[in-house]
Ligand binder design. Structure first.
Ligand code: F6P
Length: 345
């Protein structure tokens, strides 16, 4: 078969591991040929692609980013986008497509599959907010990076008797904040799913100082105060929207630090981890998960099981309909947050 591969949306550690696994198994087991589309859906939309052989994927397993490039291009927002994609797949002799992405990229794959395009999906995002799978690859790496940062911030916060607010990624879901906050022993964790009460946050800051230790507050970029829980209270870096309608978030950490300082009289500083969480080499877990997802994706293509997304359930890789993965975001359940709350303050 001739198979197209693309990586779309925000990059994340492990993308190259998937590409490698797909190509290695495809060539070695099935004698496939591969076409790598550049920059997500922009590749098939603008017919920008390269041949992809085993030699091209040698040595990329531990490398962050994606050798294919990525973008947030949405073909459904472009006049005649779907027809252009079909035309590219036909002219390139593509029998099937492996799309590696998050809610947006796989959302497009879901709609294309419904229109009869032969596509299988591989879930990726550091946010871990895709349904149907226990974890997405990239998440473990982001959590480890954030945890290491929190560990380091504890010691400097304590030397200076300061509050340190750590802003992590997570637009709608607080998975990175929750997991890194628990692993790093944060004193307060604020997530988008649970609008925060600034009075309560300040009380927890005070109670931590009373123990002679300094508080670490971990906040997701999409966290909002209870005064405006509907999302209008999100702190934006810019009001500009991408092709999928997302605004650029950022700044809630700084806003919180200022508010805490004003209300408690304690010095408070903010640290924004930003894209550091998405860069560099994947953890062993993410390499393992990404590789297995890739191996199963190419098998699904050869089984003709299109419209499916590879997913982790326990330690097994299973197939679920793409629509199940992208229909609804996987948010932090209230009981998981409440479990962590006992350690706050
Ligand atoms: O979806 C992954 C993610 O890292 C989000 O956590 C974050 O809000 C967004 O991407 C940032 O996107 P960009 O790199 O395009 O600014």
């Amino acid at each position: 078969m001739r198979i197209g591969v693309l990586t779309g949306g925000g990059d994340c550690p492990g993308l190259n591991a998937v590409i490698r696994a797909v190509v290695r198994k495809g060539v070695q087991t099935f004698g496939d040929e591969f076409i790598g589309f550049r920059d997500g859906w922009r590749g098939p939309l603008e017919d920008d692609a390269r041949e992809l052989g085993v030699a091209d994927v040698r040595g990329i397993l531990p490398r962050g980013g994606t050798i294919l490039g990525s973008s947030r291009t949405n073909p459904f927002a472009v006049e005649g986008g779907v027809e252009r994609i079909r035309a590219t797949l036909q002219s390139r002799g593509c029998d099937a497509l492996v799309a590696i992405g998050g809610e947006d990229t796989l959302g497009v794959a879901t709609r294309l599959a419904e229109l009869g395009v032969a596509v299988v999906g591989v879930p990726k995002t550091i946010d871990n907010d895709l349904s149907g799978t226990d974890f997405t690859f990239g998440f473990d790496t982001a959590v480890n990076i954030a945890t290491e940062a929190i560990d380091r911030l504890h010691t400097t916060a304590e030397s200076h008797h300061r509050v340190l607010v750590v802003e992590v990624m997570g637009r709608h879901a607080g998975w990175i904040a929750l997991h890194s906050g628990l692993a790093g022993g944060a004193n307060i964790i604020l997530i988008p799913e649970r609008p925060f009460d600034i009075d309560k946050v300040c009380a927890q800051v005070e109670s931590r100082f009373a123990t002679r230790f300094s508080p670490i507050v971990v906040v997701s970029e999409g966290a909002v105060p209870i005064a405006s829980p509907d999302g209008s209270g999100m702190t934006l870096q810019s009001g500009d929207k991408d092709a999928f309608g997302h605004v650029r978030l950022g700044g809630v950490g700084e806003r919180l630090a200022q508010e805490i300082e004003e209300r408690t009289g304690k010095e408070a500083r903010a640290v924004v981890l930003g894209h550091v969480q998405r860069g560099g080499t994947p953890t062993a877990f993410d390499r393992w998960l990404a590789t297995r997802l890739g191996l199963h994706a190419i098998q699904a293509v050869h089984d003709g099981d299109f419209g499916m997304m590879m997913a982790l359930r326990g330690t097994d890789i299973v197939r679920v309909p793409l629509s199940e993965g992208t229909g609804e975001l996987k948010l932090v359940r209230p009981e998981l947050y409440e479990e962590a709350e006992v350690l706050f303050g």
